[in-house]
Design a protein around this ligand. Structure first.
Ligand code: PMP
Ligand code: GLU
Length: 397
């Protein structure tokens, strides 16, 4: 009989991927499902990146690459960090991986020993907690509710620190809330981190360009904690390259070397053609993204205005990414026929069955009062989906 490992059994399936799979299955059965479940841009990869990939193939970049990525790619990432974030990361502080997801796994697996605590502010992106569990670390969740714009303060962070704390893991702009930390808010976290030099902060900045309020701020900009920060980024979101699989870190050299070693035993490196294509994305002026960012902002405003028309739904005003994370707790205890809705998981199932809209429930993101809408879809699709959500919710009494 096949016996799976305790490690695997202790881990939850990715809720975002599970919901996307479910809606694909329902669509294949002929159901008219609108899926706002997966965080994936609905734009195509820009042509200049595709052209660079075609050239890489013609130039026979088809062999194993250095584990941490081609030299010219890491050079271009180093320049990007300086140009966009004013961060100095030398080539040997950069490791390129098979998606930011692997970058995060590399860092956590390289740093966390069994029993080490990892502070994760909630709402958090689904995979952080599960990767910590695979590393046999202990996730320590700090709840930041909607009234705090889903963000933690330095004091919140300090209260969660114990002698076993090894890491802090968070994202800005945040998946699933769209919240963006200001420079002052990051400085407040830095003020605390500085007091605990053994704690490493993983700052996941993969949505940096999808920011409606102005300039992106990086945690590593504060010199006094630069040696404690790993900056994660990637090309999936801004460059609409989810399927190409490329993420990267800028990190203290020791951590970069550790990730290189880890990756050398797992995947060797990400795809050679993807790497060459990414060089062109890194060299591109981010101003080429302005139409896409404007489209996301328009969609955010549309979704917020349609949600405002639904009694019982509360939202923050997300400043970035492409998610809204509405509070739906006003519907708990209500019923449809003989079904009582007690949590956001049940509400999402109800909205899938009665509204034919796929969303992801807040439980997987550490806040069971909310659900996540990914608005990476056309305005027409979003309008239709929100109408369906409103109609379905009005059936609950
Ligand atoms: N971090 C966050 C916050 C995300 O939303 C995602 C989702 N794609 C990732 C990391 C992983 O991105 P990828 O592996 O596609 O680079
Ligand atoms: N990050 C995206 C999301 O949150 C894609 C799915 C995933 O990688 O989990 O939906």
């Amino acid at each position: 009989m096949i016996q799976l490992s305790d490690r695997l059994l202790s881990m939850e399936e990715s809720a975002t991927i599970a919901m996307a799979k479910k809606s694909r299955e329902l669509k294949a059965q002929g159901k008219d499902i609108i899926s706002l479940s997966l965080g994936e841009p609905d734009f195509f990869t820009p042509d200049f990146i595709k052209d660079a990939a075609k050239k890489a193939l013609d130039d026979n970049y088809t062999m194993y690459t250095p584990v941490a990525g081609y030299d010219d790619l890491r050079e271009s990432i180093s320049q990007k960090f300086l140009r966009d974030n004013n961060l100095r990361y030398a080539k040997d502080q950069i490791v390129v991986s098979t998606g930011a997801k692997q970058s995060i796994a590399n860092v956590i697996l390289s740093l966390v020993n069994p029993g080490d605590e990892v502070i994760v502010p909630a709402p958090y992106w689904v995979s952080y907690i599960e990767i910590v569990k695979v590393a046999e670390g202990i996730p320590v969740v700090i709840n930041a509710g909607i009234e705090k714009d889903f963000k933690i303060t330095g004091d919140d962070l300090e209260k969660a620190i114990t002698p076993r704390t090894k890491m802090l893991v968070f994202s800005t702009p945040c998946n699933p809330t769209g919240s963006v930390y200001t420079k002052e808010e990051l400085a407040d976290l830095a003020r605390i981190l500085k007091k605990y030099p053994h704690i490493i902060a993983l700052s996941d900045e993969i949505y940096e360009h999808i920011n409606f309020g102005g300039k992106h701020e990086s945690l590593a900009q504060f010199d006094e904690i630069y040696e404690q920060v790993v900056t994660v980024n990637g090309v999936s979101k801004a460059w609409a390259m989810t399927g190409w699989r490329l993420g990267y870190i800028g990190a203290p050299k020791l951590i970069a070397q550790a990730c290189d070693k880890m990756q050398g035993q797992f995947t060797s490196a990400t795809c050679s053609i993807t790497q060459k294509a990414t060089v062109s994305a890194m060299h591109a002026d981010p101003s080429v993204l302005k139409d896409m960012i404007a489209a996301f902002k328009k969609r955010r405003d549309l979704v917020l205005s349609l949600l405002e028309e639904i009694p019982g739904i509360r939202t923050n005003n997300p400043g970035g990414a492409f998610y809204v994370f509405p509070n739906c707790s006003a519907f708990f205890g209500k019923r449809f026929e003989n079904q009582v809705i007690s949590n956001s998981e049940q509400l999402c199932m109800f909205l899938l069955e009665q509204g034919q809209v796929a969303l992801v429930s807040g439980e997987a993101f550490g806040d069971s009062n909310c659900f996540r809408i990914s608005y990476a879809a056309s305005e027409e699709t979003l309008t239709k989906a929100l109408k369906r959500i409103k109609e379905a919710l009005s059936k609950l009494v």
